[in-house]
Design a protein around this ligand. Sequence first.
Ligand code: SF4
Ligand code: SF4
Length: 363
Amino acid sequence: MAKVYFSSIHGRQKSRLESVERLFDKAGFADLIDEDDLVAIKVHFGERGNTAFLSPLYVRRVVDKVKAAGGRPFLTDGNTLYKGSRSNAVDHLTTAIENGFSYATVGAPLLISDGLNGHDYLEVEIGGKHFDRVKIGSAIREADAIIAVSHFKGHEATGFGGAIKNVGMGCGSRAAKQLMHSDLLPTVDSGVCSACERCVGWCPAEAISVRSAAAIDYDKCLGCGECTVSCPKGAIAINWKTEPQAIQEKVAEYALGAIKDKGGKVGFVNFVIDVVPDCDCWSWNDAPIAPDIGIAASTDIVAIDQASVDLVNSTEGIKGGRLTDPYSKDKFGELSGIDWTSQLAHAERIGLGKRKYELVRVG
Ligand code: SF4
Ligand code: SF4
């Protein structure tokens, strides 16, 4: 049975920042790091306008512990599929710094894992139900170890967003995010296309030809999504159509690709605080649905998410917000109508971890 170390924030007058350090020690994260290891601290820098994302002050403590263990940490996240404030590395880094993730605050450099425009990835063979190979941002793939620091909250596509979502969706390249969100093949809006031919250069299948506008040969198209993310005009629309079960299983398979071949050098910290109903990818955030609960740490990505969702569901929710029933034992299901167990079940099925856990309380 997997161990999940948990520090409650209730009934105690202790620094939450010191709790992060204690959890790092108790969960044995120092043992995951060898001298001079390049350690990816996978975070979510928050969309511009959002304030629910995890405070850089928490992340700083993880950075300091990684350094003390002999590692060389860097903070990282992948570019977003949609055009927002984090869809290329320049905007992404600017947003991260504006949100407080400067070197002066966090004590480590920032790297965007899939490069300037999301094309910097390495393929990892996983032999999954949905993907035979996955596209993992190079900085993640090449890191010696990963510590994923996740803000636990609701999510409109996966029910809840925890460590599996942070690692799975977050470590995939931009095109990979398209593949997770939909199985549909791309279509060109010829009224928007400027015939610049940029997509032609990114298509691995030579499936695009351009006359007055780009045209896709569907006998050749692999559905890889590279054209969608390379078009500067947005002429190849993002497909969001997906089934909740499929996207959750795909995210779990990407999480497997991200941590595969790390030799077990992966740790997870979930902050079950500021449990808002939606992802930190939005440029706003609604009021939390539950009171702040605590911080968890584990080397098992499945166990820590199962424990986190159990903690939220066993706590009385906040009245007056988006929850209609604050006593609900399935708060994320009530909010989204999604059966969020799919991500946990598939993650366990593919060997990512165990849903059964022992909650070890840390003072
Ligand atoms: S989805 Fe991939 S293979 Fe298909 S046209 Fe776009 S770039 Fe080419
Ligand atoms: S990159 Fe976009 S605008 Fe340029 S040819 Fe392709 S679809 Fe048209």
